[in-house]
Ligand binder design. Structure first.
Ligand code: NAD
Length: 301
């Protein structure tokens, strides 16, 4: 595994492709935004004029795109246009790290299998900081063989590599995690504000809950109340981090998944509704911990 095509060089894909270069892979790059390609070329990548050109003659393709419709049309093609599956060799491993619906991931995996090609969904957790540091968690869905083959590529971009199950399983695990994260963030926010409304110091209350039965990741690593923790988005006017719009997308995916299996996810549904409302009030590009402001008083008291 030496030559890789990386397609989708945005906030996540750009630094991930850069880490492949640092690890010594030859990387062909393509994005719809020329500036994103230029930035990677200055780090040693080879520019391609199209996604199909980037993917021709490589050992593996990694994609990092916004949503399921982009992934489907890139791999399968649309409106008479060829997709990657029409040009890649049988030995090329396909890895999609976008967060998309599991049904689309399975659809592409089946279309690839018909052509004798291995496709794996490998969504990530760890955000833009993890992408830059090469410490992402990859959550993979696909065959044991594809998972084995992907190790060297994924290790160059991540610190934890999990095999969740067969095609689509990576996407299911990813949205289960993000649904739980949203529920924890909302619950932590309302508990902190209840304490503040009764005169408690948010830092003291956080220290108590962190080591008590309410302890959770948001209290340990990502406190939503401003100035309780340094170097987290809440202490920087909720800039950086994980955007509300992306959380809305992931909560939508978890609700779609729940409908498919008639699963009961009442807290996920409520969290989605709260985040949609929060986005509609102009918070879409702020960090998702800004949901704290739905509970705090106007001047954040
Ligand atoms: P982004 O919008 O910054 O990047 C997406 C890139 O894909 C853009 O540069 C866009 O031009 C490119 N693109 C779109 N269609 C294309 C096509 N047909 N061919 C080539 N390039 C194309 O988004 P991002 O933040 O990098 O997120 C990418 C994926 O990762 C999403 O599915 C997102 O949900 C997921 N994700 C993001 C984060 C995060 O913190 N940003 C964390 C985990 C997972």
């Amino acid at each position: 595994m030496k030559k890789i095509a990386f397609i989708g060089l945005g906030n996540m894909g750009g630094p991930m492709a850069a880490n492949l270069l640092k690890a010594g892979f030859d990387v062909n790059v393509f994005d719809l935004v020329p500036a994103a390609i230029d930035s990677l070329v200055s780090q040693g990548a080879v520019a391609a004029a199209t996604a199909l050109e980037a993917a021709t003659g490589v050992d593996a393709v990694v994609t990092m795109l916004p949503a399921g419709k982009h992934v489907k049309s890139l791999y399968i093609g649309s409106a008479g246009q060829q997709g990657l599956l029409d040009v890649i060799g049988k030995d090329t491993l396909l890895i999609d790290s976008s967060t998309i619906d599991a049904e689309s991931a399975k659809f592409v995996a089946e279309a690839a299998a018909i052509k004798g090609v291995e496709f794996m969904d490998a969504p990530v957790s760890g955000g833009t900081a993890g992408a830059a540091a090469g410490t992402l968690t990859f959550i993979c869905g696909g065959s044991d063989h594809a998972f084995e083959r992907a190790q060297a590529v994924l290790n160059a971009m991540g610190a934890n590599i999990f095999h969740a199950g067969s095609a689509g399983a990576g996407q299911v695990a990813k949205i289960c995690n993000n649904m739980l994260l949203a529920v924890l963030m909302v619950g932590t926010s309302e508990a902190l504000q209840l304490g503040r409304d009764h005169g408690l110091d948010a830092k003291v209350l956080s220290d108590i809950m962190k080591v008590s039965s309410g302890g959770n990741w948001t209290l340990e690593k990502y406190n939503p109340c401003p100035n309780v923790m340094e170097s987290v988005p809440s202490s920087n006017d909720y800039q950086g981090g994980f955007m509300v719009d992306l959380m809305v997308k992931d909560l939508g995916l978890s609700q779609e998944a729940a409908l498919l299996t008639n699963s009961s996810t009442p807290l996920g549904a409520l969290a989605r509704s709260m985040y949609v409302n929060h986005a509609r009030k102009g918070n879409g590009s702020r960090d998702f911990s800004s949901i704290f402001e739905a509970f705090a008083k106007a001047n954040n008291e």
